[in-house]
Design a protein around this ligand. Structure first.
Ligand SMILES: [Zn+2]
Ligand SMILES: [Zn+2]
Length: 220
């Protein structure tokens, strides 16, 4: 969010981020969004005030906010366009999956409902983005999904999605072969901090607890 944006693009960007952050059931707060966007808490607070005035957010008082119906609908619309664009960039234009998220964020604001419709149809109405996150409006069937961090020692799972779509993080995961659809097994869990030794095919890697909270798996 470094380049100049119009007020409506900024609103869309915030609602998109809020929608994504609260998809997993997290409490919405100024600090959560400030961390995610790398914007100072006072600026985020100002923006939240505006979003409340414009009817996109409600405030419960004690620093907690939630999306109104209007805010949710707007967030969902942008997330849908964003994830369809990621599919276009990765599947059709063969661009790197690490960069797809940032590229999609630049393009999503200009898209008309007509383009969204034909894009979805051209792509065969995909149900997830290339990182495995659900495209709203499609069959949102999330089966028994848990964070890799909750998979017990000795158990296997199939990677369903990567929650954090930050470029370097995705590149790192791809270099280990951590991609949606791939089987992963927890070999060992270290005490105190919970670093995990995991295996993917014949390779073994140790990954931190923090990383294993951003990888969702379906238990086998
Ligand atoms: Zn976006
Ligand atoms: Zn994605």
């Amino acid at each position: 969010m470094k380049e100049k944006k119009t007020a409506s693009e900024r609103t869309e960007e915030y609602l998109e981020t809020i929608y994504h952050l609260t998809e997993g059931g997290k409490e919405l707060s100024v600090s959560l969004v400030s961390q995610k966007l790398g914007i100072s808490a006072p600026s985020v607070f100002e923006m939240f005030k505006r979003l409340v005035d414009e009817g996109y957010l409600t405030s419960s008082g004690r620093g907690n906010y939630s999306l109104t119906e209007k805010g949710r609908a707007m967030g969902e619309k942008i997330v849908r366009r964003h994830r369809l664009l990621e599919r276009l960039l990765v599947d059709v234009l063969k661009m790197d999956w690490g960069i797809a998220h940032e590229e999609a964020c630049r393009l999503e604001h200009g898209m008309s409902p007509e383009m969204e419709k034909s894009l979805a149809a051209t792509l065969g109405n995909p149900s997830t983005c290339p990182h495995g996150n659900p495209i709203p409006g499609e069959s949102e069937k999330r089966s028994q999904e848990i964070p890799l961090a909750d998979l017990p020692r000795g158990k296997k799972g199939i990677i369903s999605r990567i929650i954090d779509e930050e470029r370097e993080f995705l590149r790192y995961l791809a270099s280990l072969g951590i991609l949606p659809g791939v089987e992963i097994k927890v070999e060992e869990i270290a005490p105190f901090g919970g670093t995990r030794l995991v295996s993917i095919g014949k390779s073994r890697y140790s990954i931190s607890d923090e990383i294993s909270r951003k990888i969702m798996v379906e238990k086998e």
